[in-house]
Design a protein around this ligand. Structure first.
Ligand code: F3S
Ligand code: F3S
Length: 109
């Protein structure tokens, strides 16, 4: 199980979630933030603070956004983010990269 960031974060990037995560496993990409599934400890602290309700427990991701669970996981690769499990987002900082599906996402907002 892990928590997943979904479509409403795209081009919003409120970042309130980052301050709540005790293990600093929420990483900033170009258009959205991504949760590192192996580092997430499923504490749920991030979920209620997102003002656009973008964060869900894996089992609770709405049907239309199910693809965001693999999108979050696949972001953490040498081919996309350029890293896999650095053990903390602060030391990495924002990267101007996104999962290909997010890069191509047509935001309705
Ligand atoms: Fe995105 Fe919500 Fe966090 S908009 S950056 S998931 S607080
Ligand atoms: Fe972090 Fe807990 Fe969310 S570990 S990503 S704040 S569920």
């Amino acid at each position: 199980m892990t928590y997943t960031i979904t479509e409403p974060c795209i081009d919003v990037k409120d970042r309130s979630c980052v301050d709540e995560c005790p293990v600093d496993c929420i990483y900033e990409g170009g258009r959205m933030l991504y949760i590192q599934p192996d580092e997430c400890v499923d504490c749920a602290a991030c979920e209620p603070v997102c003002p656009v309700t973008a964060i869900f427990a894996e089992d609770d991701v709405p049907a239309e956004w199910k693809e965001f669970t693999p999108i979050n996981a696949e972001f953490f690769s040498e081919d996309i983010a350029g890293f896999t499990s650095p053990g903390g987002a602060a030391q990495v900082g924002p990267v101007d990269k996104d999962h290909p599906k997010v890069a191509a996402w047509e935001s309705v907002a």
